[in-house]
Write a protein that binds this ligand. Structure first.
Ligand code: PEP
Length: 247
């Protein structure tokens, strides 16, 4: 399947920075990553201008979260349909920073994913163990438990995406070994086919956590690694494009 290289810009940059980054990514997209599908996920206020700038340029735009409701009295929140309205096609859900900062549970992530599907967005549902959980030998159980709780019916039919992001690898420069990544991705694949049958076999499973140009090729070559969710390195167009070129 065609790999997906997704950039999570988190809460970084200014309007001008995001415009320059989008321009640099789109300028290099055709040559640097023709084999990969590219996606960037700016902060909410920059989604609309980024989507407008990238229209027709081969780089999709996504949100970093959405509310579970389609509308209502939810001050400060953003509905999936609103993301869709301003040009987003994807939305990252259940990132560990949101699970930690906002107490998002698997049930909350599942409700958000349902809203994303209803709005016609592709959900990218993040799962991953903490360092303590890995050291306790519980990584696989934690991740499959999160999948069981976070993925709604219809996820596979809509081509939903799963991102395996070990919490301890995010922004730290540390990654699991290739064997550890391969083992968790195989467990995720097994869970997806158990939950959804054959369509679960065709869903993309991204790896995220300190992906850089230097380790991208080896990670992206592993079985059941169908792309990457990239944080820090997605803020440097040359690095993001180098990761895409490695896919
Ligand atoms: C992320 O937060 O989704 C992420 C993968 O971050 P980084 O690449 O910086 O580890």
């Amino acid at each position: 399947m065609r790999p997906l290289i997704a950039g999570n810009w988190k809460m970084h940059g200014s309007l001008l920075d995001s415009a320059a980054l989008a321009e640099a990514v789109s300028a290099g997209a055709a040559t640097a990553g023709p084999a990969a599908e590219l996606l960037v996920c700016p902060p909410f206020p920059y989604i609309q201008p980024t989507a407008a700038a990238l229209l027709g340029k081969g780089v999709a735009v996504g949100g970093q979260d959405c509310h579970a409701a389609a509308k209502g009295a939810h001050t400060g929140d953003v509905a999936a349909v609103m993301l869709r309205d301003v040009g987003a096609t994807h939305v990252i859900l259940g990132h560990s920073e949101r699970r930690a900062d906002h107490g998002e549970t698997d049930a909350a992530v599942r409700a958000k994913a349902e809203a994303a599907l209803a709005a016609g967005l592709t959900p990218i549902v993040c799962v991953g163990e903490s360092e303590a959980q890995r050291l306790a030998g519980k990584a696989e159980a934690v991740v499959t438990g999160q999948l069981d709780g976070s993925l709604p019916e219809g996820f596979a039919a809509a081509g939903g995406v799963v991102a395996y992001e070990p919490v301890w690898a995010i922004g730290t420069g540390r990654t699991p070994t290739e064997a550890e990544i391969a083992a968790i991705h195989a467990a995720i694949r097994a869970n997806l086919t158990a939950q959804f049958g054959a369509p679960g076999g065709g869903l993309r499973i991204l790896y995220g956590g300190s992906v850089k140009p230097g380790n991208a090729k080896a990670i992206l070559a592993l079985p059941h690694v169908d792309g990457a969710l990239v944080g820090g390195a997605s803020l440097v167009a040359a690095d993001f494009l180098a990761i895409a070129a490695a896919a």
